[in-house]
Design a protein around this ligand. Structure first.
Ligand code: ADP
Ligand code: MG
Length: 417
């Protein structure tokens, strides 16, 4: 992914709620010698403190390298996981600083605090072209606070660290968080290359999607995702649902789902969606068989059952008949958007569904977009490469909300003067 051709670029107003061309790019900023706060999304999957997929770090390298080359003093900030508003070192960005340094081929300092003296002294020592990564934004309650004043106070602290702001954390732009939404209101700002590339690729799915258009949903963030797909259900032709996303739908149809979690509210939402989709003549395709086991670990006995999950068991992947059914739904599609793994792909015994659906999507002639941190990690981990897909989006929830036609707070903030 390189810099886009034009300095300004336009997209459907529906997508981000700002005037076309209103978003400035980093070429519009005079960054030499200035302190530039770059909000990225380095929320990478970690296993025992090791980064298992660095795709989100790589995705912001063009922006960071361009700013450093132009002599900016780079202050990079991100969240990582959900540490619960407190300093929880399992969610430290320290390992990310090491990887970023390797990938950028430059030294990256790490500030063990996001704001305050530690951050200030690290920033004060930056020479033009130098980079510091600040500690996890979500160690500070103000970052995600529901209370506007608390968010504003933290945003003011962050904004004081820098002269300019660049938004490149596309995957977090559906969040009205301090670093995403409030800080750009306090500093001259621009969109980074990743954000531009994402908006362009996703714009192709909103305005000009060729039909048939198939949406493939999976993963575990059921509540977040159910909340943002209501319009999509009627704009696409088919919705294929696997992973834990399938549970509320199966439960709504009266199937026992074993120990697999499905909140009653989610089941209710799913029930409404099934009715809405029927009215809109959108087909919702659910698994017809499931791989079940007592727990999601390697070497547990697992077996394939039909839709009914036996008591005390977890459904951890879609079964082979579901794979065939989903492949049939994908055949002939002209546009495919996939978010969410079909099963617990991190454990080989439950990876087959995700692998087969990835294979089918990679082989499709459709314009294919794969979104979501874990989904992107899954395709890479299962041996696929990004160039087998039309676009691999860093955004999961953010991409879904974009496709819904919602105004992403982070994009709206970058679109304002
Ligand atoms: P993304 O990051 O791509 O948007 P999510 O964060 O929603 O996706 O979900 C990814 C997680 O979903 C993976 O860690 C995977 O193990 C989990 N998952 C998929 N299917 C199931 C299932 N049937 N039961 C439990 N977890 C599941
Ligand atoms: Mg995820």
């Amino acid at each position: 992914m390189g810099p886009p051709q034009a300095g300004h670029w336009s997209l459907p107003v529906r997508l981000h709620g700002a005037k076309p061309g209103a978003m400035k790019t980093i070429e519009d900023l005079d960054v030499r010698g200035r302190r530039v706060l770059v909000r990225v999304d380095f929320n990478v999957p970690l296993h025992n403190g090791q980064i298992t997929d660095d795709g989100r770090i790589r995705a912001s390298l063009p922006t960071l390298a361009a700013l450093a080359d132009r002599g900016a003093r780079l202050i990079v900030c991100s969240h990582l996981g959900r540490p619960g508003d407190q300093r929880d070192l399992r969610y430290s960005l320290a390992p990310v600083a090491v990887r970023l340094s390797q990938l950028l081929g430059r030294e990256v300092k790490f500030a063990a605090d996001t704001v305050g003296p530690e951050a200030e002294s690290a920033i004060a020592s930056l020479l033009p072209g130098d980079t510091v990564l600040l500690e996890n934004l979500r160690f500070n309650p103000g970052e995600t606070a529901k209370d506007d004043a608390a968010r504003a106070a933290f945003a003011t602290q962050l904004a004081r660290l820098a002269d300019l702001y660049v938004g490149d954390g596309f995957a977090a732009m559906h969040r009205r968080h301090a670093s995403v939404f409030e800080v750009p209101a306090r500093l001259p700002h621009a969109a980074g290359y990743l954000v531009q590339a994402e908006v362009q690729a996703l714009g192709r799915l909103t305005a000009r999607a060729e039909r048939p258009y198939v949406l493939v949903l999976g993963g575990a963030k059921v509540r977040d995702k159910l909340g943002v797909i209501s319009n999509l259900l009627s704009t696409v032709d088919t919705v294929v649902v696997g992973g834990a996303m399938a549970f509320p739908f199966l439960a709504a149809l009266g199937h026992p789902i074993g120990h697999s979690p499905a909140d009653p509210d989610d089941v209710n939402t799913a029930r409404h969606y099934l009715l809405d989709a029927a009215a809109a003549r959108t087909e919702i395709v659910l698994p017809v068989d499931l791989v079940v086991a007592p727990e999601a670990t390697a070497n547990v006995p697992h077996r394939i059952v039909a839709r009914d999950v036996p008591h005390g068991q977890l459904a951890l992947d879609i079964g082979p008949e579901s794979v065939k059914l989903f492949e049939a739904s994908l055949a002939g599609a002209r546009t495919i958007f996939w978010n969410g793994p079909m099963g617990v792909f991190e454990v080989e015994a439950f990876a087959a569904g995700t692998r087969e659906i990835a294979r089918a999507i990679a082989a499709s002639d459709a314009y294919t977009v794969v979104g979501g941190g874990d989904t992107a990690a899954a395709i890479r981990g299962l041996g696929f490469t990004d160039d087998q897909f039309g676009h691999v989006s860093t955004g999961g929830g953010a991409s879904l909300e974009c496709l819904e036609g919602r105004v992403l707070p982070g994009l709206a903030a970058l679109g304002r003067d």
